[in-house]
Design a protein around this ligand. Structure first.
Ligand code: C5P
Length: 236
């Protein structure tokens, strides 16, 4: 089968069905736009399991996603889309680049979630952009932006609730959306500790990719902890 795309942590292959693609989660961990790179045994499996669980919950809540099903420890079947080259970041608590950019202390709860847009371009280091930049770049229509913003906030509500039940704080996360041939907008990519920040609700211990980014401890131990917590959540 043909390799359609290879990213830092995933590969996308065709299948013999034009309506389905095979998404493979790799063991590669990268940070700082590829400046740090390691292969971490078991990471692909953990991210596939966690992302599957989140996509299943989102689908149950009527969020339209590219996810079809998990087909092996490291693979999912997904629907083909044309990825809009924007990263949609939603933040509930100050951390990461927001804290750095505005000189804010990490760990402060925001009274309302903040939505940010980043233009997906490795050579430029995925710069922060606003709606006017996006219009000038011509990568998404105004209506699509509004739809992505609403969907991202809806996803935030669902995931914050799920995390709360799992004794986790959802600090922030990044989403990507894709368009099907008929113009239907689907949540795509992955929802995992590679793309979300999760802290223990009480101790504020970090359990996401920041463990790897800043050398704070074992990435796999953090991801296993998240999986066991959300796997134990009872959904109503
Ligand atoms: O680094 P920053 O604070 O802007 O990241 C915000 C959120 O977006 C974090 O959860 C991070 O994991 C995620 N992110 C990502 N891919 C990027 C940049 C950020 O998944 N290229």
């Amino acid at each position: 089968m043909t390799l359609l795309y290879e990213g830092k942590a995933k590969q996308l292959y065709t299948t013999d069905n034009a309506e389905e693609l095979r998404l493979v989660y790799k063991n590669d961990a990268t940070a700082f736009n590829g400046g740090k790179h390691d292969v971490l045994h078991g990471k692909g499996e953990l991210n596939n399991a966690i992302s599957t669980l989140f996509f299943e919950v989102l689908e149950e809540e009527d969020v339209q996603t590219h996810f079809i099903k998990k087909i092996s420890d490291t693979e999912q079947l997904v629907r083909p889309t044309r990825i809009i080259p924007l990263e949609v970041v939603v933040r509930n608590i100050t951390a990461g680049s927001l804290a750095r950019r505005l000189g804010w202390e990490e760990g402060k709860a925001l009274s309302e979630p903040i939505v940010e847009w980043y233009y997906k371009d490795d050579a430029l280091g995925d710069p922060l952009v606003n709606e006017d930049h996006i219009a000038a770049l011509g990568v998404a229509k105004v209506e699509e932006l509004e739809e992505m913003r609403m969907r991202a906030l809806h996803v935030n509500n669902i995931l914050v609730d799920l995390c709360w039940k799992a004794n986790l704080l959802l600090v922030d996360f990044k989403l990507e959306f894709g368009l099907q041939d008929d113009g239907t907008l689907l949540l795509a990519d992955e929802v995992s500790p590679d793309t979300c920040r999760f802290w223990d609700s009480e101790t504020k211990e970090k359990m996401d990719k920041d463990l790897y980014r800043y050398g704070l401890g074992s990435l796999q131990a953090g991801y296993e902890n998240i999986l066991s917590r959300i796997g134990g959540v009872v959904y109503d």
